[in-house]
Ligand binder design. Structure first.
Ligand code: CO8
Length: 372
């Protein structure tokens, strides 16, 4: 269909939280909680909060550190959530701000100006408001004509957004589409939950997709095809939503934040992702051994190791299947795009690669691409 991935942008927040900093904060919070509730814990009516450990986190997930948009407040045991003051309606929203950073980098990478772009898709795990769309705010700030819209597909928001861009270009309805993933997820992290406090980091990524007829960079990739799959699961869930106000429940309760049954997710998603990728490659008669690079979703290093083993029948090396989790942690839908952004420049013409996301929904999204 002659649709090309011609640019990528990665914006990394300026603040970092190491595992040790995170664990020190959580453990201090847990100690204070347990002291405060000592009598109920002794009476057996309340369970004491268990302690977290930096060694566990690195071993179980591969995560060593994560970036955060605003660090203030997140590690304060009196608060355990970042401080992000509300902005006025005339000011740029937080998500538009980081989306624009990534978008500018992707446009420069693809050698495109605002006049070249026909549509803006903001696709991520959460948007900070329902309307007007963040994408339209970004469109205005970048002085892009045409149209923009937001879409949410949790872990697969970036790949599914690129799929929509692919269709718009393949159908001839757009020449060039900007897809942006402002994953500002830290406000949805429960920093008082030992099982999940370490998982997520903030980031923004963006990609430029365009018709082969307009490409003017020599670092572009042909998109051979896209493939998507969803299967409903409650194993990764956030109940935060606009109806909370009418539910008369705590709008900030733990079920309104990210929560998961991590073991089940691991067991169910790994085989699904491997089968999905195998089927996608088979559409092009490409064997897994012929793939030069795997830009996989970054949720857990053991997941990626297992999926590669299922695909290749052996371990993939770090060059074939790059990991960015150690530095970035899980960044919702942006993980595979960060891996692509940091690890594609060395590929040669005709080298094939796979971008694939997998996670909440469940949702799996892939693109088979080939260096031009
Ligand atoms: N420190 C010390 N011990 C711990 C900790 C901790 N922090 N956490 C758990 N433990 C304990 C457990 O309590 C358990 O103890 P016991 O055996 O006594 O019960 C033991 O360690 C082992 O726990 P688990 O079995 O849970 O450990 P695992 O080895 O399975 O690792 C993982 C847990 C890392 C969560 C792992 O199961 C995993 O990664 N699973 C896949 C998760 C996944 O892919 N999730 C998708 C995430 S969703 C997404 O990508 C985007 C969603 C939208 C964005 C949301 C943004 C906020």
């Amino acid at each position: 269909a002659n649709v090309v991935l011609s640019g990528v942008g990665l914006w990394t927040p300026p603040n970092k939280i190491t595992n040790q900093e995170l664990v020190d904060s959580y453990n201090a919070w847990a100690t204070a909680y347990n002291q405060q509730h000592q009598s109920e814990i002794d009476a057996g009516t309340l369970t004491a909060k268990p302690f977290s450990s930096a060694e566990f986190i690195e071993k179980a997930s591969g995560i060593k550190s994560r970036y955060i948009y605003r660090k203030e407040g997140a590690l304060d045991i009196e608060r355990m959530r970042p401080v992000i003051p509300e902005r006025g309606e005339e000011e740029l929203s937080n998500q538009a701000e980081i989306a624009i950073e990534a978008a500018r980098l992707a446009m420069a990478d693809a050698n495109k100006t605002a006049a070249d772009i026909d549509a803006v898709i903001v696709s991520c795990a959460y948007t900070q408001r329902s309307y007007p769309a963040i994408a339209i705010e970004v469109q205005q700030a970048l002085e892009i004509e045409g149209f923009g819209f937001d879409m949410l597909v949790a872990c697969s928001a970036a790949t599914f957004g690129m799929h929509r861009a692919w269709e718009m270009i393949a159908s001839g309805n757009a020449r060039c589409v900007l897809v942006i993933n402002p994953e500002l997820v830290s406000p949805q992290v429960n920093y008082t939950d030992r099982d999940s406090h370490f998982i997520f980091g903030d980031v923004a990524t963006a990609t430029v997709l365009e018709s082969a007829a307009t490409v003017n960079t020599d670092t572009a990739f042909d998109i051979l095809s896209t493939k998507a799959q969803t299967v409903f699961s409650n194993n990764i869930r956030s109940n935060f939503g606009y109806i909370s106000r009418a539910n008369d429940t705590d709008p900030f309760g733990p079920d309104k934040l990210f929560h998961q049954a991590g073991r089940k997710v691991f067991k169910e998603v790994c085989p699904m992702a491997a089968e999905h990728i195998t089927a996608h490659l088979a559409q092009h008669d490409i064997a897994a051994e012929q793939v030069s690079r795997w830009w996989l979703h970054q949720a857990n290093i053991n997941m990626n190791t297992l999926i590669c083993k299922k695909l290749l029948g052996r371990d993939a090396n770090a060059e074939e299947a790059p990991i960015v989790l150690d530095e970035y942690a899980n960044t919702a839908s942006a993980g595979s795009i960060i891996a692509f952004a940091l690890h594609h420049r060395d590929l040669a013409s005709q080298d094939v690669g796979v971008i694939c996301s997998f996670g909440a929904g469940y949702s799996i999204g892939s693109l088979v691409i080939r260096k031009r």
